[in-house]
Design a protein around this ligand. Structure first.
Ligand SMILES: Cc1cc2nc3c(=O)[nH]c(=O)nc-3n(C[C@H](O)[C@H](O)[C@H](O)COP(=O)(O)OP(=O)(O)OC[C@H]3O[C@@H](n4cnc5c(N)ncnc54)[C@H](O)[C@@H]3O)c2cc1C
Length: 557
């Protein structure tokens, strides 16, 4: 088996790439050259490619293969693979740390290790950056914003009229989204790597082969420690017939070049609801089907009910408490049959988007050989310091099967690397994680829901402030939603905040800090909040626990 020290890294200038598929053709052409172990094009606009090869490689062979594929290439640099010397970490390994997965958790882990002065191999298959930048947060949020603007253009809240925004230029919207994704992938992932010479990025699939050994592209490594950050992928439930249909998932739904006339969205949680509203605002007739009794099922009931109303006002059809029994695709149409309130119901549409959650990427990773335990849904089991059942292996991010947010992935990646390399024993704290559903209005929550607080035995005070009393909302002529705060009577501390208002995500952080640092209601009430902001609603909601906020003068004094 080849050793890491036999590898050579080459940087190439490439001419002739004009689109995303060119990047793929160039990678394939390079991989066809004997000796090439991996080839990566960091986006076609880069005009660059990097190659890792076993031993000496003939630049003429690289040029010839590229010419055959229709591109021109010149070798800019050739050097022994970075980081191959490694450090003696006592484990006989070549890198101090190997991070498996080059998404947000993986990058955070690798950067922390580099900051600690260690050598790191960052191994990843698929497009660098993983889910968030390529097929998750970034593309979905820019689509949501585009459609929000389109929707607003069709409204004039100031005059109380609704006008038509005109047809949407969907292909253009998708092109803008792709452009942003490429730019952010470059700025936040590829370019970042250039700043950390301690990190060797290896494109390829990693396989744990026992102990702390890992095989990548036929090369065997023995890093001192390992962080697994292999993320997750969309999951579809085993509904009879579903697997045989060409349904969409959250990834393909972000790439749909032609707008259908109708769409069923199966799954009424964050990802399903966000995409449902995007497509509805683009003019598609959307039906959301949810198995649980309400959409946004993990929020308090009044939050779910509020959002249901606003989505229905926009023309979405929401059906909750529906058990889907069968799916069929015939003549270009999907038919879902199911049971609701013991009656058979059926729904038809041109497109079906399945947004029923995600499952961790742990299959075929060699976890059994490495002695790493998994849970029922394939998630890696870790302790409160993110250490797995193999003491040299840690895990972070979506592969843990919970708290699937990019900032949690990054937090976990940093913590795992620090614990693995510096033995600092930092504990993973999930008690205040903010959760945003990027619908319009948004849901932003943190801490305990009212139901959870009661279940946990707290005696609570609850304030529910409708936006009609908030000056900012009145000035913006948009009084949709409310702010709900759950306060512990005994300690006077904020236990939870649940906000259903436009841009709720921009205000939740005040509540997050209050929950995390145990601020009391009187601490918050005694703090000035700027007038004519939505954040002022938090203070008004707290004041409303004791007085009639209608009796206040201009602001929450
Ligand atoms: C549609 C959508 C919208 C979202 N919106 C938001 C949002 O607005 N805000 C938010 O906070 N979160 C959002 N998320 C969630 C967020 O994207 C994820 O929580 C986050 O990206 C997870 O990061 P990760 O590093 O754990 O995994 P990933 O980013 O998935 O990275 C894992 C990487 O590991 C690679 N890999 C897998 N197996 C191997 C192997 N054997 N060897 C080598 N490499 C391997 C994968 O190819 C991938 O590159 C969204 C998700 C989706 C799907």
């Amino acid at each position: 088996m080849e050793k890491p020290e036999d590898l050579q890294e080459l940087e190439l200038d490439v001419r002739g790439m004009t689109c995303d598929s060119c990047a793929v053709h160039v990678e394939n052409a390079l991989r066809r050259v004997p000796g090439v172990r991996q080839a990566t094009v960091p986006g076609w606009k880069s005009g660059r490619a990097s190659v890792v090869a076993g031993g000496e490689i003939d630049p003429a062979a690289l040029r010839a293969s590229m010419a055959e594929a229709g591109y021109t290439a010149a070798v800019r640099t050739a050097r022994p693979a970075r980081g191959r010397q490694g450090k003696d970490n006592g484990g006989g390994g070549d890198f101090d740390l190997m991070v498996i997965g080059h998404g947000s958790a993986g990058f955070a882990a690798a950067i922390k290790a580099a900051e600690l002065g260690r050598t790191v191999a960052l191994v990843g298959e698929g497009t660098v950056g993983g889910t968030c930048v390529n097929i998750g947060c970034v593309p979905s949020k820019t689509l949501i914003r585009s459609l929000e603007q389109h929707h607003l253009a069709g409204q004039n809240r100031f005059r109380g009229v609704h006008t038509s925004a005109g047809p949407i230029h969907w292909p253009q919207v998708l092109d803008h989204k792709d452009e942003l994704v490429n730019d952010m992938r470059r700025a936040k992932y590829l370019d970042v790597l250039d700043g950390y010479p301690q990190i060797t990025h290896i494109q390829g699939r990693a396989l744990l082969t026992g102990g702390n050994r890992v095989e990548v592209n036929g090369v065997s490594f023995a890093p001192g420690k390992i962080v697994i950050a292999t993320g997750g992928r969309p999951w579809a439930p085993p509904i009879p017939g579903l697997a045989n249909t060409p349904h969409l998932d959250s990834t393909s739904a972000l790439e749909l070049r032609e707008l259908p006339r109708s769409m069923i969205v199966l799954g009424g949680n964050a990802v399903g609801l966000e995409l449902a509203q995007v497509y509805a605002r683009a003019g598609v007739y959307v039906t959301v089907l949810e198995l649980l009794p309400r959409i946004a099922p993990f929020e308090d009931e009044d939050v779910s009910a509020g959002l249901t109303g606003y989505l229905e006002d926009e023309g979405l059809r929401i059906v909750a408490g529906l058990q889907t029994d069968h799916v069929e695709w015939r003549g270009g149409r999907f038919t879902l049959t199911g049971t609701k309130n013991e009656a058979e119901v059926s729904f038809e549409a041109e497109q079906l988007l399945v947004a029923t959650g995600r499952r961790p990427n742990t299959e075929g990773l060699g976890l059994e050989q490495a002695g790493v335990e998994r849970g029922r849904r394939g998630e890696i089991i870790v302790d409160d310091q993110l250490q797995t059942s193999n003491p040299d292996i840690y895990a972070a991010g979506d592969v843990l099967g919970r708290d699937m947010f990019v900032y949690v992935a990054a937090y976990g990646g940093t913590l795992a690397a620090e614990n693995a390399l510096a033995g600092v024993g930092r504990v993973y704290d999930a008690s205040y994680i903010p959760r945003i559903t990027f619908t319009d209005p948004q849901i932003a929550s943190a801490g305990l829901t009212e139901a959870q607080a009661l279940q946990q035995g707290h005696e609570v005070k609850v304030s529910r402030l409708p936006m009609e009393v908030l000056p900012r909302a009145l000035a913006a002529r948009d009084t949709r939603g409310f702010i709900k705060l759950v306060v512990d009577v005994a300690s006077d501390r904020l236990l939870g905040a649940h906000i259903l208002v436009p841009e709720a995500g921009e205000i939740i952080q005040t509540a997050v800090l209050a929950i995390r640092f145990g601020l009391t209601v009187s601490d918050l009430r005694g703090t000035m909040f700027p007038y004519l902001t939505n954040a002022e609603g938090l203070k008004l909601a707290l004041l409303a626990l004791e007085k009639d906020v209608a009796m206040l003068s201009c602001c929450a004094g």
